[in-house]
Write a protein that binds this ligand. Sequence first.
Ligand code: IVH
Length: 665
Amino acid sequence: MTGAELEKARAEILALRREIDKYNYQYHVMDQPLIVDQLFDHLMRKLQELEKTYPELQDPDSPTRRVGGEALPTFTTLEHRIPMLGLENAFSETELTDFDARVRKLAGNDAVEYFCELKMDGLAVSLQYEHGLFTRGSTRGDGYRGEDITQNLRTIRQIPLRLTEPLDLEVRGEVYINRKDFDILNRQREDQGLPLFANPRNTAAGSLRQLDPRLAAARPLRIFLYGLGEHNLSLTGQSELLVRLEKLRLPVNPNREICLGIEAVWQYCQKWQGNRPKLPYETDGIVVKMNSLELQKQLGSTARSPRWAIAYKYPPEEKMTKILEIQVNVGSTGAITPVALLEPISLSGTSVQRASLHNEDFIAEKEIMIGDTVVVRKAGEIIPEILRVIREKRTGDEEVYMMPRQCPSCRSETVRLSGEAARRCLNPSCPALLVEKLVHFASRRAMDIEGMGPAMAELVYSHGLVHDVGDLFYLEAIQLAELPRVAAKSAEKLIEAIERSKNNPLRRLLFGLGIRLVGEKAARLLAERFITLERLGQAGTEELTALAEIGPKIAESVVSFLHTAETKPVLDKLREAGVNFTEPAVCTATANLAGKTFVFSGSLEQYSRDEAAARVENKGGKVSSSISRNTNYLVVGDEPGSKLARARELDVEIIKESRFKEMIE
Ligand code: IVH
């Protein structure tokens, strides 16, 4: 290859990159595609080929290199040299006016020039540019340190890998997903039999936390920038800042306004409350900032939030709809839950068609009838909740609903145990219950067996391949591939996922077994305390309730589960299949107490001695009963004894329960 040839290739590559960057920007940021997709793909391929032929001309900032690199083993963290603060919230006009009064008192009494922006409902991130090149990006984390998610952020085509000027700059903003893209994504997942995502926000957050950047690249992530970290731009106001960011080709939300005085701010809030459904993305409020950067600096921040800004949060969206029907679900513990099927409505960005009615008391208390018009809202923005019935809308055709006295699946009689709100099917071999148990066992937070969702669980159960969770581990790919609508490839993948799940720590298994009252937290505590299933099996209720957070009801439920005749064969199958029954005592990622020796004195508020000891051991530390020169920490509780004086003598570090808690959590 001659020098001239290389120079020619270099020029061509640079021109192509510039052209592609331009088209990317017009398409992804300006929403104004300049060329058809095929032509764009053609240019990308041409660039890829040239870069392959001339590897010496490769460049990490080439548009061909957005999705690159290997999956990470874990995320490392990055420090925010200027903390990423949160915002204080206002939920009413009065709270906004109070904010304004505080601001005016601090800044002089004139009407303040505010700058209003939409509050994007996504995930805050920080982007670091060095000499105009995107070098690092992180999540907000605890505000002081965030996770290094550079690889994933690079896949967002709206983020320029190179700014239009060679600046050193940290910009901050929000990663989000458009409602429409979210719906498409969920439809694709439905087709593939994958569990659906709950809402755009969580999906955006989850996508950024994928260790494999190829997964993040497949999600329709977008970003708006609205602030700065470290920088040396000379600017006077927030409004000017956003214009400057736009010039650098960073995506900025065009819906923003300068408002003179708090009344104008309130009007802006109301205008957008009405216009919210028209936006392509979710907003949960308006961020109100003082426009003057000088005044912002003057007012400063508290440890948690700036004094010069506030977030006005919209009340949760409420809508009316009709109850078409009431169905019941049998859960993995046999609880029968009534569910209202609703005339579909769109609420905070997702389509709502069902809402839990919890139990018969809830139905009676709200006087809910089939055919009623009801007001629905999203509790915590995720779970739809029925608030009340609109009596005026009744026509006389509504029907009273009675909870079934027979289990809808196995027809055995349902019972309401004393002290419980739920009606239950107590038949341990009820098919609905068994399928639910399988689904729960395989769910993400339990054994995390991808591909074993409700449809597959129903399929393997109804074809007699699986009767309990133990049978899952004896399935073979050929058997699965013979089932209707199961491709050979997905059968193999499912078997691999089942195989992988054998290595899960005990806490996941315990949670997955669906022991009544044992949620994720109790499962974790039990696993950490007893380390093996065998040891847990030997414990009586007394030993269990010694754990601060395990009450007598949970303890009883655990003991009775582990000792009923039905449980043994299931556990035998799991054991023989090689499913892990232990909690890794020292898991390297969390073994931050390795080599440290603790001594306790006095009684702790939140932990029994046993539990405190188990937790220390679980993190790789040791517990000793007396102070020596080898002791690293003395944890003192109420009324510490003579050990305190001894620790002082030997210069052993003395810590309180609160600090101890931080170390072991
Ligand atoms: S300014 C110190 N502007 O809301 C100022 N934040 O509740 C910090 N957010 O952590 C943020 N849209 O994740 C700002 N236009 C906007 C925003 C916004 C969404 C988020 C951000 C922040 C959270 C605070």
